[in-house]
Design a binder for this molecule. Structure first.
Ligand code: KIV
Length: 271
């Protein structure tokens, strides 16, 4: 199955229909206009303006430092490029954990100032009040369970989550809660494939997996990782579709040499 060109704009209803008919949902991150134009043009269903921008774009070790203003800047750049994809934006750390009023005002800022179509929040039952309040304002919400990088200092490691029964049960309860609240989808990050399969079968809303096996209703990757722009990050779940680090670095070396050797610009490359 390839890209459905008949869809003019992917909506939350369309991704629900994809789950209903067994069509897998494709999702990738993007943080800027040029990359989003490529990702959207290639037919992705959902673009996630992830707070992984904190790592990938800004070079921070964790997702915690990125601010709401910075997320809005990234999201508005992506929205200008995305003519087909549904654009979902992460609420960054500190913009929704305080109370539900603050969560709603952060979500409203994202929707109003970036033009995005939905927001994503990390967590389960603990943030149910915030999720409800955002949903009441008519803003679609995507949940995020399993490895939730905004809680890295609580976990202490980026290893696979919910391997033990108690944590697996909490994840199943949280997933059910997110669906009951009215979330339109749930991201499942780095959990055992069998658990993700069970959650995906039990929920009627779509699950989107990253390191959560093949039985999720969709898959998401960080675009810089799957294009091989980042050299260092190679977890087992990642499939690298290109080696852009090498391609770009070769091109830049070539350019540097051409400038040094007075080979660029030539007669045709001047006025
Ligand atoms: O921020 C992000 O890129 C994410 C994905 C890894 C799901 O949340």
């Amino acid at each position: 199955m390839s890209v459905n060109k008949e869809i003019k704009r992917v909506t939350t209803h369309i991704i629900q229909e994809m789950k209903n008919r067994g069509e897998k949902i494709s999702m990738l991150t993007a943080y800027d206009y040029s990359m989003a134009a490529i990702v959207d043009g290639a037919g992705i269903d959902v673009i996630l303006v992830g707070d992984s921008a904190s790592n990938v774009m800004a070079g921070h070790e964790t997702t915690l430092p990125i601010t709401l203003d910075q997320m809005i800047y990234h999201a508005s750049s992506v929205v200008r490029a995305a003519s087909r994809a549904l654009v979902v934006v992460d609420l960054p750390f500190g913009s929704y954990q305080g109370n539900s009023k603050e969560a709603l005002s952060s979500a409203i800022r994202i929707m109003k100032e970036s033009g995005a179509h939905a927001v994503k929040l990390e967590g389960g039952v603990e943030i149910s009040e915030s999720i409800s309040r955002i949903l009441t304002a008519g803003i679609p919400v995507c949940g995020h369970l399993g490895l939730t990088p905004q809680s890295i200092y609580k976990f202490g490691t980026y290893s696979v989550r919910a391997k033990q029964e108690a944590e697996a049960q909490k994840l199943k309860d949280d997933a059910q809660k997110l669906q009951d609240l009215g979330c339109f989808a749930v991201v499942l990050e780095k959990i055992p494939a069998a658990l993700a399969a069970e959650v995906s079968a039990n929920l009627h809303i779509p699950t989107i997996g990253i390191g959560a096996g093949p039985h999720c209703d969709g898959q998401v990757l960080v675009v810089h990782d799957m294009l091989g722009i980042n050299k260092e990050f190679k977890p087992r779940f990642l499939r690298q579709y290109a080696n852009l680090h090498e391609v770009m670095s070769d091109a830049i070396t070539h350019y540097v040499n051409d400038v040094k050797n007075k080979d660029f610009p030539n007669e045709k490359e001047q006025y």
